[in-house]
Write a protein that binds this ligand. Sequence first.
Ligand code: 5GP
Ligand code: ZN
Length: 135
Amino acid sequence: MESCLFCKIVNGEIPSTKVYEDADTLAFLDIKPVNPGHTLVIPKKHFTNIHETPDELLGKMAIVAKKISDAILKSGAKGINIGMNNGAIAGQSVFHAHIHVMPRYGKDSFSLWVGKEYDGNEREEVAKKIRSVLN
Ligand code: 5GP
Ligand code: ZN
């Protein structure tokens, strides 16, 4: 896709700091890392998000994310957060599917989501809705 930032990175039109590459995927350092080593794993082919990415390719991306996580841990990180933002409302800003691999070192500014409570039957109703779409 011509106008896509990450496609331009795949094509070498925009420079990136690569850490891993194979026939289907590319992993490079995020330009604004949560912590040094924060890596983005992308498919070389353009897909907008998790929903559009074929299962087999998504599986390959997950395996690369694990490989990068192992390497980051061996390089000194104490833990890893893995995330994927899908859709603008979920914080996606680059619309080429990517998995964030984020090293954690202890004290940093990273914060996790805050859980809330279900009201009444809400939990069962929500599960019912999800199950009915799945089945
Ligand atoms: P999103 O918000 O879509 O989940 O994540 C997009 C990520 O891409 C952000 O963390 C952002 O810092 C990173 N990013 C944006 N532009 C560039 C760029 O030109 N090069 C690199 N390496 N990362 C970028
Ligand atoms: Zn793209």
